[in-house]
Write a protein that binds this ligand. Sequence first.
Ligand code: KIV
Ligand code: NA
Length: 265
Amino acid sequence: YKRITTKSLVDMKRKGEKISMLTAYDYTMAKIVDTAGVDVILVGDSASNVMAGHETTLPITLDQMIYHAAAVVRAAERALVVVDLPFGTYQSDSKEALRSSIRIMKESGGHAVKLEGGSEISGSIKKILNAGIPVMGHLGLTPQSIYKFGTYTVRAKEDAEAEKLIEDAKLLEQLGCFALVLEKIPADLATRVAQSISIPVIGIGAGAGVDGQVLVLHDMVGMTHEFSPRFLRRYMNLFEDMTKAIGNYVTDVKSKDFPNASEQY
Ligand code: KIV
Ligand code: NA
């Protein structure tokens, strides 16, 4: 195998090879994701929801993201590991953004960071890139701004927001970001963005005209079951399957079926 780099991803776009990306937050899951051949593992701040049970991504801390990222890095032999900068660790000023990014790189061993936003955070992106840390952008539905949006519905349906998004995507490319996530925007707009910049655009709920796809691992294997947006394709129904299996275990313990004669010393 060959380690995927930020450069490999740009090459994939040039060749028209779609990029596969999934989240992971721990060693065991990341080992499976890496072994399955996923190109990019995102240690998303969706860990706040999926791992910790928070309603939003806002509460997760930098220390917690570093803990998750370090476990994922220990598992990933081939995938590029990208780590989300959590809410509140990069918005106040570019120095804080750089300090947070350096902590992620040094303490987790991750290969790149991801930040939400465009022109508002261009100073921070520049500063991080100047330190030699690769940056992935994230535009469209940016969950750290959920209290500004008020809902998790599709973004950039209006012309003004769509124009700003296109400008922000071009800015992120100019600044030197190696890739960009577009979340929950109309497919036509996402396709336009992907065609107008040379860095890879990875979509989630952004249609088929982009350069790659990302999903939250626990959603695509059906471990979560309350969250069912249109863009989510479920490949398994692990919530049901595991609930049944664990129910069987409970039954077997209660009925003294487990352990049997061959399952003891
Ligand atoms: O945190 C996350 O899981 C993400 C993806 C949905 C892109 O940012
Ligand atoms: Na995120």
